[in-house]
Design a binder for this molecule. Sequence first.
Ligand SMILES: [Zn+2]
Length: 164
Amino acid sequence: MSPTLAEIRIALEGRLAEEHVELTFHAWITAEEVADPEAGYFVPAPGGVPAPRIVLYRTHVQHPGNELDELLTLAHEFGHYRSFAAGQRTKKYEAVLDPRDAWPTRSTEERQLILDEEARAWIYARSELDALGFMDWAAFDKREVESLHQYRLRLNLGLRGRPW
Ligand SMILES: [Zn+2]
């Protein structure tokens, strides 16, 4: 029998704990309100100090909202951690990431670094969830495609290879 989403969530949080990644929630905010294509974010060293942290946006801090949506967001943010831990978030990438307002002024190559990191985080997320027995790949694929689409728009990169 496949594990439930709740069981997968617990196991995924266990992986965060093993890696000493903090998980916190930012309430009274939604992804739309911060104009962010993700409902959370990853910081390697908040304020310059480890531990790495994942922040998830919630309308109410005690309520996860949609269980599947939040699991996908958490897996994606943990994917950013995996990329960081593997040394794939280069200094060059970190240098162009903030501030977001400056993205339009970045070179195509620099903007591509941001998109590449997003795609990489989804690859890691897929691998993590697969290892935990996750089965709803249609929902995963939809979220991945939509999120990368949003990034392509924001980064003014072509929508090549996409079905719409
Ligand atoms: Zn991301």
